[in-house]
Design a protein around this ligand. Sequence first.
Ligand code: PEP
Ligand code: MN
Length: 373
Amino acid sequence: MIVILKPNLDEQHELYKKTYNYLSQLPGITINRHQEHGAQQVLTEFYLIGDTATLSKEDIESLPGVERVVRISDEYRILGRHSDEHRASSFEYNGVQFGQDSLHVFAGLCAVSTAEHVEQMMKALQENGQVCARMGAYKPRTNPYSFQGHGASCLPMVFELAGKYGIKVVVMEITHDNHINEIQQALKETGNPTGVMLQIGTRNTQNFELLKAVGRQRQFPVLLKRGFGITLEESINAAEYLASEGNTKIIFGLRGMKTNMGDPHRNFVDFAHVPVVKRLTRMPVCIDPSHSVGTRDSDPNGILDIMNVTAQGIIAGANMVLVDFHPEPSKALVDGPQALTLKELPYFLEDVRIARSAYEQRVELTKKFLATA
Ligand code: PEP
Ligand code: MN
């Protein structure tokens, strides 16, 4: 059961104390406290753990400090919807709003190569009206002898160039909790020219200690990718690990499943799960067409498979697109064969706009239909 307090009641407030005291006297119930920081207000939520079936929702709702009480199902305590449409499904970070109604493209380098490439990429993003970017410094590689990423040494350069070209959020994979400190350090050294969203890759979706460390910090939002060989439920529970440690600024990423059934694509594209994740949880959903498809093959019209699956995800309501671009794909240090070129950036973004507009029209159409049904 979740007890949501009236907005902006902090620990010092009389009503906060009264509610807490009342709840803490309930037999067999323990309380976990969570705070949701919205743009305008802070919401405190008390999670009542234990045998809550016998508790009266009405009694608790009649307490003066309580806004609402939500009975929850067992699954996804914090991130789940629990048939309550009023709980926040969006968050703001460094001036950018992320939610189940927004759409942001994070285009950029799978792996940071040279400063020149980073600058060309950032400049192209700004010229095309983008405020988000993707940059890989720590690369988890299948082969230990493959390039592992430039690591901490490239961070100041990446952050400074992001700031120079008006990029507000750089999404960056981390593979170890030390990387959080390295990113904090580099941001501090460079005077916080940009913001960072931490990415947990598909190989680490169930690295529970990493999830806990990332969940404990509240500074950076998180993109958690679905594990490529586990069920959707297991991956959403991984997201719940982050939330249970206190960080609820989470975006859930679909990137295809590892099975030969998806051949000739690198992974089996799973974007049919965009609306499923939005229905089950309050998380915005990201699609990664680059790692799903993994090639630059195209249909008889010349439309790249990467762009076809991007459109499929967006037309089903995706909120974020993570996509590999590179100024010189032949010189990319990782995943060059799936990278789009800077010349393709405005074309890609226009295609995204068309798919998004089709999604919005479908939402309106359905509203009208349901109003008459
Ligand atoms: C990546 O985004 O560069 C990456 C390694 O992705 P994934 O974890 O989905 O393989
Ligand atoms: Mn990659």
